[in-house]
Design a protein around this ligand. Structure first.
Ligand code: FEO
Length: 132
């Protein structure tokens, strides 16, 4: 079963590129979760972890460029949220590849919880500015 399912009602921002990228991000997270909790080879889990984190970094950079282009006042707080998650992801990535951490149910729930908070609270807040 998928960890997280994108619906417009729960996660729609009314910003086209963001909604598309969030759906791709959810797909990559679900794939990682399925591999990690389904007993896949560790190398496959690691490859998917790297793919997901690279995509998250790319998505955050895209949002940040758009917010800056519009002079969005919420940019600093939003960027700080992004930087915090990237820091957590980078730490996990380093530890995973060193054999010191695993991707497991708790990791999946942590990322899901972060998205459940971040998209409604931060991403939805830029819609008016980015669509202006
Ligand atoms: Fe879609 Fe601010 O992350």
């Amino acid at each position: 079963m998928s960890l997280i399912t994108w619906t417009a009602a729960q996660y729609g921002t009314n910003v086209g590129f963001a909604d598309e990228e969030h759906q791709t991000l959810f797909d990559k997270l679900n794939k990682l979760y399925d591999l990690a909790t389904g007993g896949a080879e560790r190398s496959a889990v690691g490859a998917q972890l790297d793919d997901l984190i690279a995509y998250v970094v790319e998505h955050f950079a895209h949002e940040e460029r758009e917010m800056q282009a519009k002079g969005f006042a919420g940019y600093p707080a939003h960027k700080a949220e992004h930087d915090a998650l990237v820091g957590i992801c980078a730490g996990l990535q380093t530890k995973f590849h060193a054999g010191e951490a695993e991707v497991n149910e708790d990791v999946g729930q942590l990322v899901k919880g972060w998205l459940d908070n971040h998209i409604p609270k931060f991403d939805m807040a830029y819609a008016e500015a980015l669509n202006s």
